[in-house]
Design a protein around this ligand. Structure first.
Ligand SMILES: Nc1ncnc2c1ncn2[C@@H]1O[C@H](COP(=O)(O)OP(=O)(O)OP(=O)(O)O)[C@@H](O)[C@H]1O
Ligand SMILES: [Mg+2]
Length: 771
């Protein structure tokens, strides 16, 4: 064994606890890296490395390009390592950590990922630590103490890119570097640095300063998903110098690829349930693009005897951790998740990865489906393709603003880039050729179709797949003719415009962390994309909404300052509109539509889509106000459906559609009728009021919508929005008059009432019924 090989410095510990590095007995003193000669750097022989692999990790030999990568970095060379999901990239920096003196700095995007790896390493007796805001000050202090000591015991230090960007931490790293203690910088999931990648994280961009601050330390960039453009971007951004570029094949021969067509299935949920049941108790992941679908589908699976749980960023972190623990330890079989789940999860026996909605890019799809079969045993990837999902995704990608791409010069064409990437997924689903070849082609890997060996549906059952695609085309054609398409498109669009897109996490992996700006990326945030989209597209309504929001916020701050924080938060909870309530409302509206169909004859409607749309309408108006108003609005809509005419219903559904599709479909044939009013808050309206009688109604949230619907010349004055000062002064006056208690219990109603009052005076003809 060579002199520089660390040997067996870490006696394996059976139960090392996090935050307490195991006692380390160093056989040799650590030599500062900078003091090593070039020949010494090369001196760790291949047999030594295999020995360490066996000793610490129990593996007999290196896989793929592992040994090349390890040898390169041990020789002090930069390396770009492209290996498939589950290919064993972590080993490329873990072996150097035990083979070489000094500390390996690992930059990793997720805290969960770091925690997992650190725990696993410590179980193997390798001193590893991570730094994040989730740790106690005491733990962090211990780590820093160790780093500052003469002979740090830590061999691998995991940190987030956000931490590296902090001046204070960079200073610490520079000190370690100057003492010759930094042996390697490993950047995991390195594709996150590129705006061309599917998972861009602005914080990764800041890693470009590493080379400047720590010039002599070799950098190892690792990823499973980098198309040539991304590869170039990563290498340039990290300033890698003459890196060794290692590319292992992306082929995952043990995964069978299949596409199922939702539009040809009677019930997609039932199909998923059958699929999972057919695999016995196999461990599986189902990816959905919305939180509500995760909840809903998981509930359905549970009802059908499959142990499953939902996982998404809308659940609190304790609950999510419990779900992951249960799933990792096989207490639950299926995890139904958004893309917030999975990066870095190393569960070997996942047998099925199912995409219930089409992913936004081939890279994402490859990475997610690649979580199947990490043990190299036969596994399946099943993608459920639906035309509505496709349209929805296209709409979202087209409208995603460039904000996400930060200040990168190449950021101007983000929507085009995204759409281009998405088109590969559509081709994957709608094509009849080998799925495996399509995946590999998209990564620039040219392979013959024979490589597949009938391990995708297109190669195994070519006639069946062709037949399905033919059927799909028929359905698609008749869909265009018969279905009330605008509703679906409108509802999905509105979901985004009105902020519901926060439930959609296709781009939003890192919100899994949700700890602090140090730990997660701060600008790659779906909500931001949505809000800028909202601003640009519905500016008129947004002006009113925004003011209302500012007032609400001011009011909240005011009361918080008055020491009423507790009362306020319990009020917020009470006002919250839960997903369960929303689902129940959809069902009510669906039933009302069915009854309207019974009353009026053929409505030619997609009832489910229409119910979703109407519910969304109620939700978007009253999301911020609370569930009482929302419930009233749903009830009013149900009543309105029970008394409206055929034309009024169609008109209401169609009038709100602004997509081009609306002009292609039924809208053209509809008679021009006076648009019916939106059903509005009718708490104060007699039950028997007809839709026609509601015409004069106006309410706060859609007063400007109502203006649009009126005949030209019929003007409605918008309510006066009080200034912040006016608002606060009035609150004070109310307080002096003893009315603050009432207002504080319903702060937003307080504002609302005043606006409604001014509306009453200002728009006489429009506000008759409000009180
Ligand atoms: N040489 C090897 N022989 C056998 N198993 C190995 C070898 N190297 C790594 N593994 C195992 O392969 C699994 C995947 O390793 P790892 O998590 O490093 O993959 P990865 O390439 O980082 O995947 P991902 O892209 O999903 O993060 C681990 O369970 C690891 O123990
Ligand atoms: Mg990995």
């Amino acid at each position: 064994m060579s002199n520089t090989l660390v040997g067996t410095p870490f006696p394996p510990s059976s139960s090392p606890s996090l935050g307490r590095p195991p006692q380390i007995v160093m056989k040799k003193s650590l030599l500062p890296v900078k003091n090593m000669s070039a020949s010494e750097k090369h001196s760790v022989g291949k047999e030594d490395l295999v020995r360490l692999l066996k000793q610490y990790f129990g593996h007999a030999e290196f896989r793929g390009k592992q040994s090349e990568a390890i040898e390169a970095v041990l020789a002090g060379r930069d390396c770009f390592c492209l290996m498939p999901t589950g290919g064993g990239k972590s080993m490329c920096y873990q072996i150097p950590a035990v083979a070489k003196p000094g500390i390996v700095l690992v930059i990793s995007p997720l805290i969960a990922l770091m925690e997992n790896q650190v725990a696993a390493l410590r179980m193997k007796g390798i001193p590893a630590e991570f730094l994040s805001s989730t740790q106690t000050a005491q733990t962090k202090e211990k780590i820093h103490e160790d780093l500052n000591s003469g002979k740090p015991s830590i061999k691998l230090l995991y940190v987030t890119p956000e931490l590296v960007a902090l001046f204070g931490f960079m200073t610490k790293l520079t000190k370690l570097y100057n003492r010759g203690l930094l042996s390697l910088i490993a950047i995991d999931e390195a594709h996150c640095i590129s705006t061309w990648g599917h998972d861009f994280r602005p914080s990764y961009r800041k890693l470009s300063s590493l080379r400047r601050h720590l010039p002599d330390v070799p950098i190892l960039a690792l990823t499973a998903t980098a198309v040539p453009k991304v590869q170039k971007d990563v290498i340039e951004s990290l300033c890698l110098q003459h890196p060794l570029i290692l590319r292992a094949s992306f082929n995952r021969p043990n995964i069978f690829y299949e596409v199922r067509y939702k539009d040809l299935l009677a019930d997609a949920y039932r199909d998923v349930s059958h699929l999972l049941k057919s695999a016995g108790n196999a461990c599986s992941i189902v990816y959905c693009f919305e939180r509500s679908i995760c909840d809903d589908l998981s509930g359905y699976l549970c009802k059908n005897g499959i142990s499953s749980a939902a996982y998404h960023a809308g659940l609190n972190s304790k609950f999510r951790s419990a779900v992951v623990d249960d799933w990792l330890s096989s207490r639950i079989q299926v995890i139904v998740a958004t893309v917030a789940f999975g990066m870095g999860i190393d569960k070997k026996d996942v047998r099925i990865v199912c995409h219930f909605n089409i992913p936004k890019s081939m890279e994402g799809f490859y990475q997610e489906s690649g979580r199947a079969g990490r043990d190299q045993l036969p596994s399946r990837s099943v993608l459920y393709y639906g035309m509505d999902d496709r349209k929805r995704m296209e709409f979202i990608l087209r409208n995603a603003t460039n904000k996400k791409s930060g200040s990168s010069p190449s950021s101007n064409s983000l929507p085009e880039k995204s759409l281009e990437a998405f088109s590969q997924m559509v081709e994957y689903c709608e094509g009849s050729s080998c799925r495996r070849k399509r995946i590999l082609d998209s990564f620039g890997e040219e392979v013959p179709a024979s490589l597949c060996r009938k391990s995708c549906d297109a190669c195994k059952h070519p006639d069946l797949v062709s037949k399905k695609l033919e059927d799909l085309r028929h359905v698609s054609d008749s869909h265009k003719k018969d279905r009330f398409f605008p509703i679906i498109i409108k509802s999905s669009k509105d979901a985004f415009l009105e902020g519901r897109g926060q439930d959609t996490e296709f781009w939003n992996r890192e919100d899994e962390g949700s700890f602090s700006s140090e730990d997660i990326s701060d600008s790659d945030d779906g909500a931001e994309v949505i809000s800028s989209l909202t601003r640009s597209k519905i500016s008129t309504k947004a002006v009113l909404d925004e003011k209302f929001e500012v007032l609400q916020h001011a009011e909240e701050v005011y009361y918080q300052n008055q020491g009423q924080r507790k009362q306020e938060s319990s009020l917020t909870d009470k006002k919250a509109i839960s997903e369960t309530l929303r689902e129940a409302s959809k069902k009510r509206l669906f039933n009302a539509l069915t009854q309207a169909q019974g009353r009026l004859g053929d409505l030619s409607l997609d009832f489910e889509g229409s119910a979703i749309f109407l519910e969304m309408d109620c939700f978007k108006k009253y999301e911020k106000v609370g569930k009482t108003f929302y419930n009233s609005q749903v009830a009013a809509t149900v009543r309105w459906l029970s008394s409206s005419s055929h034309e009024q219903i169609l008109d209401r559904l169609n009038a709100n559609s602004t997509t081009p599709a609306s002009t292609n479909c039924k809208a053209d044939n509809l008679p021009t009728v006076t648009p019916p009013p939106d059903p509005i808050i009718q708490d104060h309206v007699p039950e028997e009021a007809s839709a026609g009688e509601n015409q004069d109604n106006i309410n706060l949230e859609h007063s400007n919508e109502s203006v649009d619907m009126r005949a030209p010349g019929e003007k409605i004055e918008l309510p006066q929005i009080p200034s912040f000062l006016e608002f606060i002064n009035q609150k004070r006056r109310e307080g002096q008059m003893g009315s603050s208690v009432v207002s504080s219990q319903h702060p937003s109603r307080g504002v609302q009432k005043r606006i409604l009052d001014s509306q009453k005076h200002g728009a006489n003809n429009a506000s008759k019924r409000i009180r």
